[in-house]
Design a protein around this ligand. Structure first.
Ligand code: SF4
Length: 236
């Protein structure tokens, strides 16, 4: 079900959300997001290429981002940080390369299959096609949407539990992940830069403040958060 927001609510929420996020790019940086040009691959903590975005999207599952960064660095040093190079390695060689990651054998198999797909159709085609992305083993709805936005530069807001929780609290109404996605897409009018900023910002706020027991007093959204303002007399 789509939740309708009044036009004046949308205009002021959009302005406040974007202003606060742009004023807090250092906070986003601490959470691993680099606010940069709309079409740059570097939003994901400085990842350098579209290939690295795809590779890291497989590696990061059930694995800390710090470990993924170490593996990417090693791949760069060895000159195998592209899917074309991975397609020339055996599954066992890829497994050896990524063995610091949890479930590295499964991920080696997935990376090998992914490299074979991109050898056939090309990386650019894959990252712009949601249906093709979801056919890749290990890429679900959320990862596919994140890749469409950050690797394919397609203006879609990735659904996530962070966005659901934060937007539900900001509007003080319980939203589904899909409703939160639709509302953010409507707010930022499918602008590529604003979609990336909004995703990075909502994930940051969800990770740093908006827990089940939220830390509202430290949160950068508290000025416009309806949940906070409805409960501000309680200790938050
Ligand atoms: S002010 Fe509190 S409830 Fe609102 S987004 Fe921040 S942490 Fe969540």
């Amino acid at each position: 079900m789509k939740r309708a927001l009044a036009d004046e609510v949308k205009t002021s929420l959009r302005a406040e959300l974007l202003r606060i996020l742009e004023e807090n790019v250092d906070l986003l940086r601490r959470a691993g997001w680099i606010v940069t040009d709309a079409e740059s691959p570097k939003w994901w903590d400085g990842v350098e290429t579209v290939d690295e975005l795809l590779i890291s999207s497989i590696l990061v599952q059930m694995t800390k981002w710090e470990i993924v960064k170490k593996i990417l660095l090693k791949m760069r040093e060895k000159g195998v940080n592209s899917l074309e190079k991975l397609s020339q390695l055996s599954e066992e060689e890829i497994a050896e390369l990524i063995r610091q990651a949890n479930f590295y054998r499964t991920k080696a198999k997935r990376l090998k299959v992914l490299s074979e797909i991109t050898s056939k159709i090309g990386v650019e085609k894959l990252v712009k096609d949601e249906k093709l992305l979801k056919e890749v083993d290990g890429i679900g709805d959320e990862t596919a949407e994140a890749l469409l936005l950050f690797a394919g530069n397609i203006p879609v807001f990735p659904r996530s539990n962070y966005a659901k929780r934060v937007m539900s609290r900001v509007l003080n109404v319980e939203l589904t992940r899909e409703e939160a996605k639709e509302i953010v897409e409507e707010l930022v009018r499918k602008d590529l830069y604003e979609l990336k900023l909004a995703h990075a910002g909502l994930v940051t706020v969800g990770k740093l403040y908006c827990f089940s027991n939220p830390k509202c007093n430290s949160c950068v959204f508290k000025q416009f958060c309806k949940y906070y303002n409805a409960n501000r007399n309680e200790t938050l």
